[in-house]
Ligand binder design. Structure first.
Ligand code: MG
Length: 228
């Protein structure tokens, strides 16, 4: 087995352990991934403030360096632990396991895992999350799904943030949707604006039942037989 494969096999084993740990406590874990600056932390701050009193939320923050984002989350009113990956470009299952032990999320709560900002490595590592959310902002190119197909193929939900800026940028939402759906025909795409609050209700509705996208759902035996 190649070294890369062995690392992934060990990671996947621990990811499954994390998934069972979370399921036993009825904790919903959502993995947020995006380029730097797309608005992961801003979306979390707003979500924590808007859902205050209705749902317990905690956050695992992944960044190469600093505790800045964990401090932002704590100021917004949620518990957070920061994981610094140093030279690493993603969170892996062992890091999340250690963070879970430190954070001890409430049973029945919502747990966000903010991954390290880039569209490459985080797509390759299962960390035991229930759903993967990829965020892109309209200040980025609408061709990103074609350039980073692993990331956009892994998404259960794609959030398009900063829609308040659409009049000022060349982002073509229709073209973006076509690119994303060329990878995953049925993928859910949710344009919203953290800043203006537009469509945040749809985000909160999705969070109540974070669905795995149809393409990523494990196939049942009859479906697999049909696909052959
Ligand atoms: Mg951040």
């Amino acid at each position: 087995m190649a070294i890369g494969e062995a690392i992934l096999a060990k990671n996947d084993h621990l990811a499954e352990h994390n998934r069972q740990w979370l399921a036993a406590r009825d904790i919903t874990a959502v993995n947020l991934m995006s380029s730097p600056g797309a608005g992961k932390t801003s979306l979390l701050e707003r979500t924590i403030i808007d859902l205050r009193g209705s749902r317990s939320i905690s956050v695992i923050e992944g960044d190469q360096e600093t505790r800045l984002d964990a401090e932002r989350i704590q100021r917004a009113g949620a518990r957070a632990v920061q994981v610094n990956t140093g030279a690493g470009c993603h969170l892996d299952a062992p890091m999340v396991q250690r963070a879970l032990n430190a954070l001890e999320p409430d049973p029945g709560s919502l747990l966000f895992i903010e991954n390290v900002g880039n569209l490459v490595c985080p797509a390759l590592f299962d960390i035991g999350e229930q759903a993967k959310v990829v965020i892109i902002s309209v200040t980025e190119g609408d061709d990103k799904p074609l350039k980073y197909p692993h990331m956009f193929s892994a998404a259960d939900l794609i959030v398009v943030n900063k829609t308040d800026l659409l009049p000022y940028v060349d982002f073509d939402l229709e073209a973006f949707t076509a690119h994303a759906r060329s990878l995953q025909p049925g993928v859910l795409i949710l344009p919203l604006s953290v800043r203006s609050g537009a469509e945040l209700d749809s985000w909160y509705r999705w969070l109540r039942h974070p669905a795995i996208s149809a393409e990523r759902r494990p196939k049942s035996e009859p479906e697999l037989a049909k696909a052959k």
